[in-house]
Design a protein around this ligand. Structure first.
Ligand code: ATP
Ligand code: MG
Length: 241
């Protein structure tokens, strides 16, 4: 299996706080990797470093073998890194379809308009958004915005998709729909790295799980294996106490 994304010994400090301590992980072709951990463990910081919103203080990030840690976020998008945010940020005046077209056209420069339009229709179908395609994105409720936010990330046609708690605030039935949606995205050949607090979702989706605690990887493996590890249980229980 080819390694699409590789994070090697990445550290990130915020003033006195070491938010990431030598984090290493990888995502293989076609794989769904979950990153879990207690609040403040460094999960979002890790995603920000991978997508280019933050520069790591040390360590390497490789996308298809190419070092990307020094590249701006747009360049990483062109190279095949897609990202959906915890709080969606569509262009409110544009319709859902137009928002996707922006992603499809600018996610990879030089893509023919026809091809971008065809991919947008495919994404609308895949994400179940056909009925909302003509609505201004600003008129959707926060819950309704989750699908377009996923679709927008998908419109750039990424090789690896980064998702930060896209299920937060969803009801159980909606979360099950979102699980099916993400499985559909993987079936399109997109590898996924996702952060999630809801354990049933992690269990249902992840091929492999990486557990972060205080900026460090403390466990890695299939869900059942890491969930049974004493260090993982302590991390969750200890933080709650
Ligand atoms: N820009 C920043 N400046 C200073 N400290 C920060 C910054 N971003 C995050 N931190 C701190 O770094 C640590 C890791 O934060 P991060 O947001 O990565 O955690 P997380 O695992 O995503 O948590 P949550 O589950 O609550 O989303 C926390 O202690 C947080 O307060
Ligand atoms: Mg977070």
């Amino acid at each position: 299996m080819a390694r699409l994304l590789e994070v090697q010994g990445v550290s990130k400090r915020f003033l006195g706080l070491l938010a990431l301590r030598g984090v290493s992980l990888h995502v293989e072709e076609g794989e769904i990797l979950a990153v879990i951990g207690p609040n403040g463990a460094g999960k979002s910081t890790l995603l920000n470093v991978i997508s280019g919103l933050l520069r790591p203080d040390s360590g390497q990030i490789l996308l298809l073998g190419q070092a990307i840690a020094h590249l701006p976020p747009e360049t990483r998008t062109y190279l095949g890194l897609g990202r959906a945010f915890q709080i969606p940020s569509p262009f409110p005046e544009l319709t859902v379809r137009e928002n996707l077209l922006v992603g499809a056209l600018f996610g990879r420069p030089g893509r023919p308009r026809k091809e971008a339009q065809a991919w947008v229709e495919e994404v609308l179908r895949l994400t179940g958004l056909e009925a909302k395609a003509e609505l201004p994105a600003g008129e959707l409720t926060l819950l309704e915005e989750k699908r377009p936010e996923l679709a927008r990330a998908l419109a750039t046609r990424p090789k690896v998709l980064l998702l930060d708690e896209v299920m937060a605030g969803l009801r159980p039935k909606e979360a099950r729909e979102a699980v099916a949606l993400i499985q559909g995205i993987r079936a399109q050949g997109v590898a996924i790295l996702f952060i999630e607090h809801m354990m049933p979702v992690v269990r249902a989706l992840a091929d492999r799980v990486v557990v972060l605690d205080y900026g460090e990887v403390i466990a890695e493996g299939p869900y059942e294996k890491v969930a049974a590890e004493a260090r993982v249980k302590e991390a969750y229980l200890g933080r709650r106490a």
